[in-house]
Design a protein around this ligand. Structure first.
Ligand SMILES: Nc1ncnc2c1ncn2[C@@H]1O[C@H](COP(=O)(O)OP(=O)(O)OP(=O)(O)O)[C@@H](O)[C@H]1O
Ligand SMILES: [Mg+2]
Length: 273
């Protein structure tokens, strides 16, 4: 059994290789993920987008072995995750669950510290890291003592992000991490996350329904439909158009919004009387 180390920024690309991965939940009659291959290069942030039921969450879970693929292989720095021990693998990969998934009976501080405790951190170090994480996700320090039910949906989501990155994992998987946030907080947290991603040299695969967020945050965008990959491009390339009708329609939304906003900002008209 191999285990994956927590921190080593010297390893060369690609960090995550997804190689011909398929997963069916009904004995092969239909496929949630169908022969999907792509790389997430070291230090890059890749956004995974696509309609509801297109296989995004299933694919994400095959990386930390919450779901076992029927075929294909995932490798991290060349090592097949199928050969890693699942608990060790999950400790080494930050994961933000779709729908948050905080432990309801644990206070915010305990939720954030879950992996740190499993890794055997000292109490003082845990407290310091919890405080640092609360600051990073812009929550007041005294929220550490609250239980999840005492937080708003967006606040819970921020705790979910703090928990995923508290142990400074090299790889972070995020499943719609900012969905419940208001636009200002969402933008702030997205920018803070991207800055931290750069600073710590993390490699991130992030599911989002917000194509604008994907275009602004990610180095590459992978578009899924019905378990297949429709596109794997840089935001710049995708914004310039696509031969695929679904991909073109997806990218049309932020492009039209950007054009309308730009027109609004430059248009001169009399102030309403
Ligand atoms: N445990 C499961 N058992 C049976 N079917 C499942 C299971 N998990 C997912 N599926 C099916 O696999 C397909 C892909 O689901 P998945 O959750 O990966 O989609 P998604 O792209 O994350 O969608 P959403 O954007 O709504 O979260 C869906 O048709 C779903 O019903
Ligand atoms: Mg999902």
């Amino acid at each position: 059994m191999t285990t994956l180390p927590m921190a080593d920024s010297s390893v060369s690309a690609p960090r995550i290789e997804i190689d011909a991965v398929s997963k069916s939940f009904d004995g092969g009659r239909s496929f949630a993920v169908s022969n999907v291959s792509f790389d997430v290069k070291q230090g890059s942030l890749v956004a995974l987008v696509g309609g509801s039921g297109s296989g995004k969450t299933t694919l994400l879970k095959t990386i930390n072995r919450l779901v076992e693929p029927d075929a294909g292989e995932i490798r991290i720095d060349g090592a097949p995750v199928g050969e890693a021990e699942p608990p060790m693998l999950r400790r080494s990969i930050g994961y933000v669950f779709q729908g948050i998934g905080l432990f309801p009976h644990m206070r915010v501080a305990e939720n954030i510290a879950v992996t740190l405790r499993l890794l055997g951190w000292q109490t003082n170090d845990i407290e310091a890291r919890v405080t640092e994480m609360l600051e990073m996700v812009d929550l007041p320090r005294d929220y550490a003592r609250r239980f999840p039910h005492m937080l708003s949906g967006g606040q819970r989501q921020r705790v979910g992000v703090a928990r995923a990155i508290a142990a400074r994992p090299r790889i972070v998987l995020m499943d719609e991490p900012f969905g419940a946030l208001d636009p200002v907080t969402r933008d702030n947290l997205g920018s803070s996350y991207r800055a931290l991603h750069e600073k710590l040299g993390m490699t991130t695969l992030m599911v989002t329904h917000d194509i604008q967020e994907a275009a602004l945050m990610a180095d590459r965008i992978v578009v899924m439909k019905d378990g297949h990959i429709l596109a794997n491009e840089t935001p710049h390339t995708l914004m310039r158009g696509s031969d695929d009708a679904d991909v073109a329609a997806l990218m049309e939304v932020p492009r039209r919004q950007a054009e309308r906003l730009s027109a609004l900002m430059t248009e001169s008209r009399p102030v309403d009387a």
